[in-house]
Design a protein around this ligand. Sequence first.
Ligand SMILES: *[C@@H]1O[C@H](CO)[C@@H](O)[C@H](O)[C@H]1NC(C)=O
Ligand SMILES: *[C@@H]1O[C@H](CO)[C@@H](O)[C@H](O)[C@H]1NC(C)=O
Length: 598
Amino acid sequence: MLPFHTRQGFPQQRKVNLFSKQSLSLLWSRPVLRFLPYLFGLILTLYLFAPFLFNYGRDSLPIPTLPHGAPAGPVEPQVLSLRAQKVRDAYVHAYTSYKKDAWEWDELRPLSGGRDNNFNGWGVSVFDSLDTMWIMGLHDLFHEGLEIVEKSTFYTPPDKFVPFFETIIRYLGGLLSAYALSGEPILLQKADELGRSLLPAFNTTSGLPMFAVNPQTGATGAGWTGGVLWSEALSNQMEFKYLAHLTKRAEYYEKTEHVMEIMYNASIEGGQFPTQWDVSTGKPMNKQFAVGAYADSAHEYLLKQWLLTGQSEPKTKELYLKAVESIINELIYVTPNRNLLYVTDATNGSPSFKFEHLSCFLPGLLALGVHTLDLPLPTKELHSWAAEGIATTCWLSYADQKSGLGPDEMFMARAEPPYTSAKWTTQLAYWEKTGRPGGVPPGLGNTKPEENVGSRDYNPYKTSYLLRPETVESFYILWRTTGDEIWRERGWAIFEAIEKHARLERGYASVGTVDSVPVSHLDEMPSFFLAETLKYLYLMFVDQEIIPLDKYVFNTEAHPLPIFEWSAKERAQYNIPSKPKATKENPFKKQPMSGQST
Ligand SMILES: *[C@@H]1O[C@H](CO)[C@@H](O)[C@H](O)[C@H]1NC(C)=O
Ligand SMILES: *[C@@H]1O[C@H](CO)[C@@H](O)[C@H](O)[C@H]1NC(C)=O
């Protein structure tokens, strides 16, 4: 800690001599020496600020100016709507409950009033929600949280590991985002410290990261697959690239980009990246293509890397578009009776028909792509329909239940093999061929909740609602990019259901049974509820765009990072092509989702 305050051999020695009695009396007898107090002042100033002014080399901190795109001061919500206030109250209840019963531990156990160190034991609920506090204008809580950050040494016992992926997205992402918003130098210092201590995870034959690493010893550990999940390998590029840009440490860029290179070189057919990868060979280990668990955030980081780095690395965008094309062709299905659009996963081309709450991030990602990428109109239309249809199914999965909260996993009603009739693309092609009957594409248009369990076209496989963010995340992005108020209304209904069924005296608890009230609870309040769910809900209702979508990109844990441009030097160093000039139109204009415009 404090590398620049403990540097040796700089002002102290001179100070000692000057303060001796003899030199003091001499000092005042000579006019020229009256300037000495000013000299002291200068030395002191240099001592305190030199690290900011000069580059001290490897171990020093980079210049802690605010990065491009960050606001100059604290963001104060101008007008807090009643709904935004309610969400902020919910956050305060959740966080103060954590403070009361679990302070400095990772997560609160809201039923028992207990606590858990389930994510490294460094206080993940604090790190993960610093930026939420900043965004909500809760500056006292934010500064109190900074003390935890300042104290943290990221200690891990020699025989233990921390999970690489979770540590990156929650801790490192949280630190970087809070730094970008507040400009507090300690946050960058700690991000750099943590980032460096996690780098040994990439020390494998292929350069794909290991599942777990010990930040002190650099030892690594394998996960249950023996390899690495696609989502784990591809959910650190935003954090490490931004960190490379802030600190000018090339290693961050090189290690994380090497993983991208493996993906570019893998020549995966149609962008259908498998969910498991061998860290020795750098080759796929299975043939499962998915959007939910094991894959989800990797899809995000393909598009979001492109956006975060000022649209300068076209290969990631190309992979994103390929992957989405395959998702649409291979993984999106329609249920036979209720006409519900959903996305599943497939192994060796064979779909599981499982639809996960985790996959409900996809509509938001597609909507972000539609509004940022220069796509042909038919592609925009297709992506927009997929976004609207899947988000509506996510909504119905909540609205159907007695609690108004959605189940974690469902098995969707399936058609008979060979299943092609249930594929969205098959139905779309027929709809196009027959002249677009009804004007509404298949899989869209049904927004009616269904009380009758037998008529829902799905069976819940996991009946819990784990306070997850994906659905409200997509509603937020859909509302922002389309202007359609329906998403805010649905978001509000979800918030009310959370208040009604998940709020307890000692915090908020995951719900065990979404379709029977009163619900049962699980003794957990995950840090992503503070980091993501409540943040997206707040941003949805506050009457000010605090985090403009053309200035920030959310990492997969809802930590907004500011869009930046690589400098000419960085581009040369990392072999990043220079940007073609003046081709950027404003990609954020609002457009209707269903493409009725021409
Ligand atoms: C990388 O791994 C090798 C062999 O497993 C080990 O000898 C080396 O010290 C490691 N390097 C770092 C930087 O951890
Ligand atoms: C990817 O392919 C290029 C061109 O063949 C090669 O130069 C590079 O080393 C490869 N990178 C990796 C990580 O395999």
